[in-house]
Design a protein around this ligand. Structure first.
Ligand SMILES: O=C(O)CCC(=O)C(=O)O
Length: 254
């Protein structure tokens, strides 16, 4: 399993790559049944705000059935193709958009942001960044009204420029005003589809106006050197991506 030259070109331009049907139906089924049980048995409406900031089903974060969505599907090798070298991934994050009709006003839209920078619930001087977000679709996201993730293709370049020229550590703005006004494009998919997204691609999450939960599992992947150069990696979008750095579309070889 490896990335094609065309996929590398797409990732360099958009900061996003989608592999449809990468996760087999039985792997999806195992993960979904665990998450579904936790959602129905363990979660209370009071948990939703904190879970929306961190993870739903926190007790499942290190379960093999969830981690294997990344390690046993080839997604880890695709991440390796992009980053050259990857650190271990030891936890899965589950993000559910709960139906607005069932839990009115409990889970508002998430504004445009990049993960790990100026998080509203953290000290703005604290960075919790990583290199690559891998998202696995675990419910039908065929309609953007079901709480789809929206992302801004190419936004990684704009964000790197902003981090380099205008932003400084401690600021509470998560993105520049021109990006805050955008809604991005919805990531639509079916269970088993996988999204690979550069850490600097700004994204927001809509409310779920459908009658069923929208479920995603996310994996945060870091180049082994990332933790020692978080600020630099905000300002240079290709610092963690040695195989892509300096390459133009014509230089990618199969
Ligand atoms: O719910 C999602 O799909 C993504 C959530 C998100 O943007 C985040 O956890 O930072």
């Amino acid at each position: 399993m490896s990335l094609t030259a065309e996929e590398k070109v797409t990732f360099k331009r958009d900061g996003v790559l989608i592999r449809r049907g990468l996760v087999k139906p039985d792997q999806v089924k195992q993960a979904v049944s665990l998450i579904d049980e936790s959602y129905r048995r363990e979660m209370t409406p009071d948990d939703i705000p904190a879970y929306s900031r961190r993870t739903f089903a926190p007790e499942l974060g290190d379960r093999a059935e969830l981690l294997s969505l990344y390690t046993e599907t080839g997604a880890d090798r695709l991440a390796g193709d992009l980053l050259g070298d990857v650190g271990p991934v030891t936890t899965a994050q589950v993000q559910i958009r709960v139906p607005e009709g069932e839990f009115p006003g409990v889970q508002p839209e998430k504004a445009m942001h990049v993960d790990g920078v100026s998080c509203p619930h953290l000290d703005p001087r604290e960075l919790r960044t990583f290199s690559l977000l891998v998202g696995v679709v675990l419910s039908d996201i065929g309609d953007p009204r079901c709480g789809a993730l929206h992302y801004l293709p190419g936004g990684h370049v704009t964000m790197a420029r902003w981090f380099a020229d205008e932003w400084s550590l401690g600021m509470t703005e998560q993105v520049p005003p021109e990006i805050d006004r955008e809604h991005g494009i919805p990531f639509l998919g079916m269970p088993g589809d996988v999204l690979l997204m550069h850490h600097l691609v700004p994204h927001m999450v809509a409310q779920n106006l459908m009658p069923f939960p929208r479920v995603m599992a996310y994996f945060r992947v870091s180049h082994p050197a990332h933790a020692g150069r978080r600020l630099e990696a905000l300002r240079d979008p290709w610092l963690d991506y040695a195989p892509l750095a300096g390459a133009s579309p014509s230089t990618f070889q199969e």
